[in-house]
Design a protein around this ligand. Sequence first.
Ligand code: ZN
Length: 313
Amino acid sequence: MNWIEKISKKLKPKLDNLFRRKSNIPDNLWTNCAACSDIIYKEDIENNLYCCTKCQEPQQILPRQRFEILFDEGKFEELETPRLSSDPLHWKDITPYKDKVKTARKKFNQRHAALVATGNIKNIKTVVYCMNQKFLGGSVGIEEGEAFVFACKYAVEQSIPFIAFPQTGGQKMQHSAYALMQMPKSIIGLQMLEEKGIPAIIMATSPVAGGVTASWFYGPSVFVFAESEHTKIMFAGPNVIKRTIGEDLPDGFQTAGYLLKKGFVDRIIHRKNHREELSNLLSILLNLKNTQATSSLDATDENPISSQQTLSA
Ligand SMILES: [Zn+2]
């Protein structure tokens, strides 16, 4: 054994220990802001409601993270949505679609791209439909569409406000016409809320695209908000539009800030103000609804004929 071998033999255990210690350090402590690209300590982002600590831009988050920061004390109850086929056409490209669904389910611990939960926002009970774009693009198929209607029905049954957080690429190609059928179905869900005078709020989170933009995002009697002026809201992608019309698109095209100026978005509400502003709006709308119901009862007392007229009408 020469001197080099002797030294390396002595040093080897120490080097092994050194690298073992290094390998115990998690490699996911840092992340890049999606807007300003700054490198941020993950814990700082989490403590800042998952917003960049430098530019304050809200980062994309998962439904359960959304529920935790939205509901009082982070408490909520997940509601089980109807179980339907996740692969009605037995779609297969490189791999069978059912295998992709299986992998996504395991990764995110959710059955499909949307979760429905109920909880309080400053003591106002609400039902929230929240999407996850990381779950196969957040695409809307049979189960996501049925879950939307389920959440609307729940809001009607419980007489509580409905809030949706879309985050999606649009309808699920692998469900073909079944996916397209979810568009009118979701509108019917919102109509049920409208008929009962139940508040419905859509809060856009990047991105909102395709069939969702073309259906329930601009559904009947909904308030359309976005959590950032940079939130992407579109039907087709910018390159497709550019090629089709053969013109350059205006600055900020397909962002919530641009759509706010054009009247397609009602208000930008930063994530940090969601609880405050949503609860304020809901309390006004619910008080208005109760006042209308009371005055309607009073009117019936004063003039019983009017109720008959209403019924016959
Ligand atoms: Zn940033």
